[in-house]
Design a binder for this molecule. Structure first.
Ligand SMILES: Cc1cc2nc3c(=O)[nH]c(=O)nc-3n(C[C@H](O)[C@H](O)[C@H](O)COP(=O)(O)OP(=O)(O)OC[C@H]3O[C@@H](n4cnc5c(N)ncnc54)[C@H](O)[C@@H]3O)c2cc1C
Length: 651
């Protein structure tokens, strides 16, 4: 311990999930890389989280192993290991490196498999412990002290730094003084939207109706859903797949291989303890499965048109870029090119045989190289060309996948089930083809484009109005539904449960109501076979299969609410197309190292923000950093943490 005379600088790290660990690892790396005596004040680090530090809340090691990561083992890292330009600490290990050394703790998960979230939590715990041991061994570190508590308030002090109020699990309050604070708050509880609050109110005080609001799935007690209950589920993304695993395998049901091809590869044998599940979403279809490929972006995908050089030239000419006007026409050409190049390689017979297919591709690429700015014009020319080689074949309309049934009408609930099952079975076939699927390669190009656009958003190169109108408005929903789905076998499981008679889908644009007897859902696009009205499905349960929104204004935690109410923090703003400033989703912060700004615009020099609450200046703040990736791009969050570590040490 330091003696009383020694200068000690106190750093509070609030939140010790992946971002908190990342920050600590960057501190260690920087200390290990600095000259002796470079940091005269010793550092006392207080780590505050009500959950075990390392895994934190999301990656708790005691959660069901049926909850899986949505990124394969080779992808995530919570520290700089093979990331160019970032010096790793002696404790650094990516998840993939850790699981190879710890086959038992990692349940034998392989590089391309999707680990249980509890297993990723073990990695985070291990990494955290190693990093903290490394920090404690440093002469520049006075101590690392853990507090199993929630920070309920932050009061900046006139001398800089802040006074934090803490509350532990027993409700006991305490205080902590800090010269610097780093907020790594991650996923936060949020207020219900007015529509959700109405549904919650309908179920309040009743034993026969149950409402489950947005929540991290592992925080929900699924055992309270009775066997045979009818469960309406709003959302068909990853939370819905989590819920399905709990209510099938988690109830003792078994998936067996059928020996059939993709889309019909599994059969479900119920235990008899399952509820019946009715899934719904605005689009009316579940997220599509990920392609079976061995990289985060298929190896065969390169962006020829949405290139850095092209985008640099556009930036030089236009300043802030508009996604729809400047970037989408380029990305669309990459999407088209990958689709047809794969078709030519994998199924040339569709275009009249290998020679004709090659000629088609040469002509198409010639067109794309010269294409003007608008995607519709590119499509119209390419479609004409396609008709010469494959008369009657429809040209790829990737935007139509945002809402595949937008203009469709279904005569009955049963008709709709067939349509969704067919679409999802076909998606499984495509996913199984991996890089041989034209569709999955088009989606791969879209996904690669999203990753580049994320980096440009973080660099402030995308106009704010275009972020609202385009990135949030249509691009994100499109790419999420196509490229952020579960692994293939999770969709196989969903189809198997459907065939077992335990799962149906409600139609697009569903309308949910709380009736006297039950919750109900109907889609204006799906008729009832026995009446002139829409098909209606009822349920005793209504579950929102989604995370609480990542929006500081909606956060219900005392810390964020208090900071906003006291003016210690404010939501950032974006300028919309009318030039009006509208609230962004994250805190108002400076550029990197992302210091917090107060409501009056003053900068808190010693309060930093990392992770989800940076969503006003970044896009896609939830996802982990990618092992081995460039800190200017897919490992941006490591660079953020590194910059904060540098600023804290410069203190
Ligand atoms: C269910 C789920 C599955 C996911 N799966 C993947 C995946 O497969 N791949 C991927 O890349 N990303 C995934 N993500 C995204 C996820 O956001 C990141 O992987 C990661 O968890 C973000 O780390 P974080 O530290 O920023 O936030 P979190 O993991 O949310 O950690 C924040 C920590 O801060 C603590 N905290 C919050 N408020 C306070 C307070 N007031 N006082 C003290 N402590 C506080 C919390 O208890 C928590 O431990 C998933 C997210 C969720 C919710």
């Amino acid at each position: 311990m330091p003696d009383a005379q020694e200068a000690v600088r106190r750093l509070a790290v609030v939140g010790a999930g992946p971002r908190g660990v990342m920050l600590l690892e960057r501190l260690l790396a920087r200390l290990e890389g600095s000259a002796p005596g470079a940091h005269p004040a010793r550092l006392r680090i207080d780590v505050v989280d009500p959950y075990p530090p390392g895994p934190g809340r999301v990656w708790r090691t005691d959660q069901s192993e049926l909850y899986l990561m949505n990124t394969p083992a080779f992808f995530p890292t919570a520290c700089a290991a093979d990331n160019p330009g970032l010096r790793p600490s002696t404790a650094a290990q990516t998840f993939d490196q850790w699981r190879r050394v710890h086959p038992e703790a990692s349940l034998g998960v392989q590089r391309h498999q999707y680990p249980a979230r509890a297993v990723y939590g073990r990695y985070l715990r291990h990494l955290y412990q190693d990093v903290v041991a490394g920090l404690r061994a440093r002469p520049e570190v006075a101590d690392v002290v853990e507090h199993r508590a929630e920070v309920t308030a932050l009061h900046p002090t006139t001398a800089g730094g802040a006074r934090l109020e803490l509350r532990d699990a027993d409700g006991a309050a305490s205080e902590l003084a800090a010269d610097a604070v780093v907020l790594c708050l991650g996923h936060q509880p949020a207020e219900l939207s007015p529509g959700q609050a109405r549904m919650a109110a309908a179920a309040r005080g009743r034993d026969d109706l149950h409402y489950q609001g947005p929540q991290i799935p592992s925080d929900v007690d699924w055992d309270t859903v009775e066997p045979g209950a009818r469960v309406l589920v709003r959302g068909m993304g990853l939370n819905a797949f989590d819920l399905l695993a709990q209510l099938t395998q988690g109830r003792g049901g078994v998936y067996r291989r059928t020996g059939d091809g993709p889309g019909r590869a599994l059969a479900y044998e119920p235990s008899g303890r399952e509820p019946r599940v009715h899934l719904m979403s605005r689009r009316g279809v579940p997220y599509l499965p990920k392609a079976e490929v061995d990289a985060f972006v298929p190896r065969g995908v390169t962006l020829s048109y949405l290139s850095d050089a092209a985008v640099d030239a556009l930036s030089a000419r236009h300043g802030a870029l508009d996604l729809a006007e400047h970037l989408w026409p380029l990305l669309h050409r990459d999407v088209v090119r990958h689709y047809y190049a794969t078709l030519v390689r994998a199924q040339p017979e569709i275009l009249g045989g290998p020679v004709e297919a090659r000629r088609f591709l040469d002509e198409l690429v010639g067109q794309l190289e010269e294409a003007g700015r608008g995607a519709p014009v590119t499509s119209a020319h390419a479609e004409e060309l396609l008709q010469r080689y494959a008369p009657g074949r429809r040209f790829l309309d990737i935007l139509a996948y945002t809402a595949p049934f937008e203009d469709a009408v279904f005569a009955s609930h049963e008709d709709y089930q067939r349509a969704v099952a067919d679409l999802m079975e076909q998606a499984c076939v495509e996913a199984a083809l991996g890089e041989e699927s034209p569709f999955m390669m088009a989606v791969g190009a879209l996904h690669a484009g999203r990753l580049r656009i994320k980096a440009w958003v973080a660099e402030g190169r995308i106009a704010e109005d275009s972020r609202i109108r385009d990135v949030q408005g249509w691009f994100e929903p499109l790419v999420e539904g196509l490229a952020s789905g579960p692994p293939l076998w999770r969709v196989e499981q969903m189809l198997a449960v459907h065939r077992a008679g335990l799962l149906t889908w409600a139609g697009p644009a569903p309308v949910v109501d709380a009736e006297e007897r039950a919750f109900s859902v109907r889609s204006p696009q799906v008729g009832a076979a026995d009446s002139l009205g829409p098909a209606v499905v009822e349920g005793e349960w209504l579950v929102e299969a989604m995370m609480p929104p990542n929006r500081v204004q909606a956060a219900s935690s005392p810390l964020i609410r208090g900071m906003l109410d006291d003016g210690v923090a404010a939501a950032g703003t974006w300028e919309d197309e009318e030039g009006v400033r509208v609230p962004a989703t994250g805190f108002d912060v400076t550029g990197r190292p992302h210091r917090l700004r107060a409501a009056d615009g003053a900068v808190h020099e010693d309060v930093y923000v990392l992770g989800l609450q940076l969503s006003g200046v970044q896009w896609g703040t939830a996802i982990a950093a990618e092992a081995g990736a460039d800190p200017a791009g897919r490992a941006l969050f490591l660079a953020d943490a590194d910059a904060v570590a540098q600023a804290v040490l410069a203190g």
